[in-house]
Design a protein around this ligand. Structure first.
Ligand SMILES: [Zn+2]
Length: 330
């Protein structure tokens, strides 16, 4: 099965009140863990690569790893560029086999964001590739994207219609309080529940609702949407790690978002945490091991577990692969 775009996935997700998981891939075992889980659950997925992933693994390796996954699974998979910084980066991914790209002009003033996004859309659409734009800025750090809490800003609902009309983007990433990385909120931004666990401020569903009203039937994207699964943080910390006060977006809020216009939810930190937890636990139990296949196998199975959990309990995309495929073949 060839790589697919995201149009049909998002149409089904919008109508069905679920979201497609966009999982960041950096190496073979991550690709395997994600696609094994999605294959068993018959879920469409987006595999995405950041600039950091392309620097780490090289573009060609990533594309071929994903193509290998396509040969052994029968689910629709889109290959997406996460946070394309400029036209050239997007163009090289479009020319190099990606089926979807993000142009992140969110740090530019509104007009310049429109200009650069429009330029990418024109090139991408001429090559059958879809484009995600972004309005508003998320706080946090992820690979080459680093925004301080002071510089973060919510998406202005008043701007979304003009942005989408003038650029022709196929989906829009918005800022409603999610954040990149494993340390999404400072403890002073949070409250503590009865168990002493940090609870972050609620996402701005009011802004999301306004955007939805201005852009009916238009797919919305949430970045920085890992829940920083406490189970994995605990395993890491119990086995020599130091991740004090790592806090993410509660999964009930992500589930609520998935039921709305949000059609794509980005998950990266939770994969990193799961793999690290598996490897740390393995070494704690088997300090004598030194064969990478022994410990990376555990890391890969933790990736598979966390992706299966996300698909079933957060995204709600399980069992949707055939419906998406049928729509693509139409
Ligand atoms: Zn992002």
């Amino acid at each position: 099965m060839p790589l697919v775009g995201t149009k049909e996935m998002f149409k089904k997700a919008y109508e069905g009140g679920f979201a497609i998981g966009a999982f960041n891939v950096n190496n073979m075992e991550i690709v395997q863990g994600i696609t094994e889980a999605a294959g068993e659950l018959k879920s469409p997925i987006i595999l995405q690569c950041s600039a950091g992933a392309r620097k780490y693994a090289k573009h060609e390796y990533l594309v071929h790893l994903v193509k290998a996954a396509l040969e052994i699974s029968d689910i629709p998979i889109a290959l997406h560029l996460d946070h394309g910084a400029d036209f050239e980066t997007c163009k090289s991914c479009i020319d190099g086999g990606f089926t979807s790209v993000m142009i992140d002009g969110s740090h530019f003033p509104f007009k310049e964001n429109i200009e650069v996004t429009k330029k990418v859309v024109e090139y991408a659409h001429a090559h059958g590739v879809v484009v995600e734009g972004e309005l508003g800025q998320l706080a946090g750090i992820e690979d080459d994207v680093n925004v301080s809490a002071e510089n973060a800003s919510y998406t202005q609902p008043a701007e979304v219609q003009e942005f989408v009309e003038k650029t022709g983007v196929d989906s829009l990433a918005i800022a409603i309080g999610t954040s990149h990385g494993a340390f999404k909120f400072k403890p002073e931004q949070c409250t503590r529940n009865a168990d002493g666990v940090l609870v972050p401020p609620e996402l701005r569903f009011d802004i999301l609702a306004e955007i939805e009203k201005k852009l009916p039937n238009f797919p919305i994207v949430l970045h920085g949407a890992s829940s920083v699964v406490p189970k994995y943080v605990k395993i890491i910390n119990d086995n020599g790690g130091k991740l004090a006060d790592a806090v993410g977006i509660p999964e009930d809020q992500l589930r609520k978002a998935a039921r709305s216009a949000v059609c794509k939810i980005n998950i990266d930190s939770d994969l990193r945490l799961a793999m690290t937890a598996g490897i740390r636990q393995h070494f704690a139990e088997h300090p004598e091991h030194f064969d990478p296949r022994q410990y990376i196998t555990v890391g890969r199975s933790y990736i598979k577990d966390v992706v299966a959990h996300k698909i079933k309990d957060v995204l709600g995309s399980d069992g949707q692969a055939d419906a998406v495929m049928a729509l693509i073949k139409k």
